[in-house]
Design a protein around this ligand. Structure first.
Ligand code: LLP
Length: 434
């Protein structure tokens, strides 16, 4: 089992010492459930590891993994920065009273509306992703009479060997400024001439769910060599290096040892940065990382209720739950693997090999193509583990299925922090023209 889970005397699953059957009855299903202590612990692990190995650093939680008002509060309380990638995420943080000077604003195609909002309310770091964006920002920052602290996103040309859809730092990428033909350096140079931009440094994010350290270390080296070249050519020292997120996490028991731990990852990148800086006689930059998945995935599970159970003789047994690709599109998108337990009968015989599917009108609506469970039947509670990252944030209303609510477990108590959508919510935006 992943995270802080146990089986109680009733043979029920407990998450953070709370019985999932009670949760399902009290809050309904489907439901995202988070163990708050685990989220805070991973945030602290990041900060503590950096404190041991580096002086000047920031850890920015990547909100795209999972964000809501209460999460903003936790990020603030744990002294992290927050990485946002849209006007919507920025607005949520801003309206949750998250300090704007600790927000990093990303996006490969920031709209005018988004740029205006962020320019007006302020930002910690604005990450410029393209030449076009720089030209917009130069004009708009001047117009607003503000000075914006900026980083430049570069594509360092590193292949992190993860799923193609979540590979972002290769040469052929929609993100960032290419190092080819001097595009990145020319763009940064242009920004130096403006009194409305404060050029702080460079950023890269090579991909997500990465299971080895090597691509991170390669990326750090490429970025530092770029910074050094830039200093030699233009006499300007870029003082910040943001290495993005991407540390992978296990989704299955058998993968528990496959991924570097947070402290191992932090130590390795700090060591690499120090080595390369020493070799180049480059002053140690302020180091920033933007972890999302490794902070929040393990802490999250999704609780469903089993409905239809159907056997296709000699072929397969289908166990359908009351959610599916609408609350977890990761299997259909990336072939992601998950494990699950029956919350109301964790151990039991006989075990049956089944497919866990959702309720959407789509054959690909599969959560787990093959798993052994103790003879699931209608009414059982099914708990899918490791759904904390990129489930709530990527949920949809396909088939007009309302999105689940979110509860946080803390000190043996469950608090609703995002209410489940209702049918009313689903029709609220509709207009019939006269
Ligand atoms: N920083 C930047 C600029 C990013 O683009 C991302 C993720 C992160 C940080 C956080 O990466 P993490 O530590 O979570 O790996 N929907 C996909 C993941 C997409 C990741 C996009 N960028 C999934 O469900 O696997």
């Amino acid at each position: 089992m992943l995270g802080n889970k146990t089986v109680n005397a009733k043979n029920h699953l407990e998450i953070a010492n709370v019985d999932v059957v009670d949760i399902a009855e009290k809050f309904g299903t489907p439901l995202y459930v988070f163990d708050e202590a685990l989220i805070r612990a991973s945030m602290r692990t990041y900060r503590e590891a950096f404190t041991r190995h580096y002086t000047d650093f920031e850890v920015a939680y990547a909100g795209k993994a999972f964000l809501c008002s209460y999460m903003c509060q936790i990020v603030r309380e744990e002294n992290l920065w927050l990485d946002v990638v849209s006007g919507g995420e920025y607005y949520l943080a801003y309206t949750s009273d998250f300090p704007t000077e600790r927000i990093i604003f990303h996006g490969n195609n920031k709209t005018e509306e988004e740029r205006k909002l962020v320019l007006k309310e302020g930002v910690g770091r604005w990450v410029i992703d393209s030449e076009w964006e720089l030209s917009c920002l130069l004009e708009e920052a001047k117009g607003a009479s503000v000075t914006v602290p900026v980083l430049f996103r570069l594509t360092p040309g590193i292949d992190p060997h993860t799923h193609a859809y979540i590979t972002t730092g290769k040469i052929d990428s929609k993100f960032g400024l290419s190092l080819l033909e001097g595009i990145a350096e020319k763009t940064i140079k242009k920004a130096l001439d403006s009194s409305h931009l404060e050029v702080r440094g460079v950023h890269c994010h090579i991909g997500s769910q990465i299971d080895t350290l090597e691509p991170f270390l390669k990326a750090a080296e490429v970025m530092l060599r770029f910074m050094d070249d830039f200093r030699r050519k233009y006499g300007y020292t870029l003082v910040e290096l943001d290495l993005g997120g991407g540390l992978g996490v296990p989704y299955l028991d058998q993968d528990q040892d496959r991924f570097p731990s947070i402290p191992t990852y932090v130590e390795a990148i700090c060591k690499k940065v120090k080595e390369v800086c020493q070799e180049l006689s480059y002053p140690l930059p302020r180091l920033i990382v933007e972890p999302g998945r490794s902070i929040v995935n393990l802490a999250g599970s999704t609780i469903y209720r089993v409905g239809t159970v159907k056997e296709v003789p000699g072929v397969r047994k289908y166990v359908a739950v009351d959610g599916g690709m609408t609350d977890n599109p990761r299997h259909i998108l990336y072939g992601a693997k998950y494990q699950a337990w029956l919350g109301n009968r964790v151990k039991g015989d006989p075990l049956e090999r089944v497919a866990v599917v959702g309720k959407c009108c789509e054959s690909g609506d599969v959560l787990i193509p093959e798993i052994e469970l103790p003879a699931p039947c209608p009414g059982d509670v099914l708990v899918v583990e490791g759904t904390g990252a990129y489930n709530h944030s990527m949920a949809s209303n396909y088939n007009l299925i309302p999105r689940p609510g979110v509860i946080f477990l803390k000190d043996g108590k469950a608090e609703l922090i995002v209410r489940p959508e209702s049918f009313c919510d689903l029709v609220r935006r509709d207009i019939i023209p006269e």
